[in-house]
Design a protein around this ligand. Structure first.
Ligand SMILES: [Fe+2]
Ligand SMILES: [Fe+2]
Length: 281
C-alpha cells in the first residue's frame, strides 16, 4: 500500500496564490486516490476509478494551461522546457490504461501514486518554483513601473492641467491656464531628460507627437499661428508648450501671453480635451 504522500504544507508553496490553490487541489486529488487505495480494490467501483482518473486528467490540463498563460504573460525564458514537462505529465495521465486497476488494483494504485507524487512534487519544487521566482520579479518591476507612471501623471496634471492623450514617449496635456486659447503642453515621459541628450530616434518620436497635437489644436481652435516653447532652466521636465496665437490679440507678433490666469469650467476643459483628442491623427 502506498504511504501518505499528499499532505500539503508551506514547503510546497511557490508564492503565486492562484497556482498554490491549484496545486492544493492536485494534492487533494492525490489524497482521494490514497484513500481509495486503503479501501481495497473490492470496495471500489469502476465508476469511482473512472471519475477519479478523469478529474485528475481534467484538472491537470486546466492547471497546466493556467500556469502556461502566466508564463506567456511575462515572456518566461524557460517556457518551452516547462511546457514540455507539462506535456509529458499530461500524456501520462491522459493515456493511463485504467483497465489495469481491475487486473491488479493495489499495484496499479501504488504505481500511479508513486508516479504522480514523484512527478508533481518534483515538478512543483523544481520547475514551478523556478518559474515563480521569475514571475514575482517581473510583477515587482512592473508594479513599480505602474506606480511610477501614475505618480508622474498625477504630478504632471497638477502642474499643467488635463491629460489629452498618452503617446509612447510623451503625454499631451491641456493647460489649466487658458489665457492663450488652446494652450497645450507635450511632456516627455522620461523625467529630467535633456533635449540635446536625446537620441535621434527619441527626438523624432517626441517631435512627431508634438506635431500631431499641434495639428489637432490648429483644427479645433483655428489660430493664425502657433508658438512653441521650452525653457530648459525653468521647466523640470522636457516639454514643449504649444501656444496658439490669434491675429488682433495683444500678443500677436510678440512673445506670447500664456499665463494671465484665465481658467475655464471643468465641463469646458473636458469638452476641449475630447475635441483635441478626437482630432489627433
Ligand atoms: Fe508547472
Ligand atoms: Fe504546477
Amino acid at each position: 500500500m502506498a504511504s501518505i504522500k499528499f499532505d500539503w504544507s508551506e514547503y510546497y508553496e511557490i508564492g503565486i496564490p492562484e497556482v498554490d490553490e491549484q496545486h492544493k487541489q492536485l494534492f487533494s486529488i492525490g489524497r482521494t486516490i490514497e484513500q481509495m487505495s486503503m479501501k481495497g480494490g473490492e470496495n471500489v467501483t469502476d465508476q469511482e476509478i473512472l471519475s477519479l482518473v478523469n478529474s485528475l486528467r481534467d484538472y491537470t490540463g486546466f492547471h497546466f494551461y493556467s500556469e502556461e498563460k502566466l508564463m506567456e504573460e511575462i515572456h518566461y525564458e524557460d517556457m518551452q522546457l516547462h511546457k514540455k514537462h507539462h506535456a509529458q505529465m499530461l500524456y501520462f495521465v491522459s493515456n493511463y490504461d485504467i483497465r489495469k486497476f481491475r487486473k491488479n488494483f493495489e499495484a496499479t494504485v501504488a504505481e500511479i501514486l508513486d508516479i504522480i507524487s514523484d512527478q508533481v512534487v518534483h515538478h512543483i519544487l523544481g520547475d514551478d518554483k523556478k518559474f515563480a521566482t521569475a514571475y514575482k520579479t517581473y510583477q515587482k518591476i512592473h508594479k513599480h513601473m505602474d506606480d511610477k507612471v501614475k505618480a508622474d501623471r498625477m504630478e504632471n496634471e497638477e502642474s499643467y492641467g488635463f491629460t489629452i492623450k498618452e503617446f509612447n514617449s510623451s503625454i499631451a496635456y491641456l493647460m489649466r491656464d487658458q489665457s492663450a486659447s488652446g494652450h497645450c503642453v507635450i511632456v516627455n515621459k522620461e523625467k529630467k531628460a535633456k533635449y540635446l541628450a536625446m537620441t535621434a530616434l527619441e527626438r523624432d518620436s517626441f517631435h512627431a507627437d508634438m506635431i500631431r497635437v499641434a495639428k489637432a489644436v490648429k483644427k479645433v481652435f483655428k489660430p493664425d499661428a502657433i508658438d512653441y516653447m521650452y525653457f530648459e532652466d525653468v521647466d523640470e521636465n522636457l516639454l514643449f508648450h504649444i501656444i496658439p496665437k490669434y491675429q488682433g490679440a495683444e500678443d500677436f507678433g510678440k512673445s506670447p501671453v500664456y499665463d494671465a490666469g484665465k481658467e475655464l469650467t471643468e465641463d469646458e476643459y473636458k469638452d476641449l480635451v475630447a475635441k483635441i483628442g478626437s482630432e489627433i491623427k
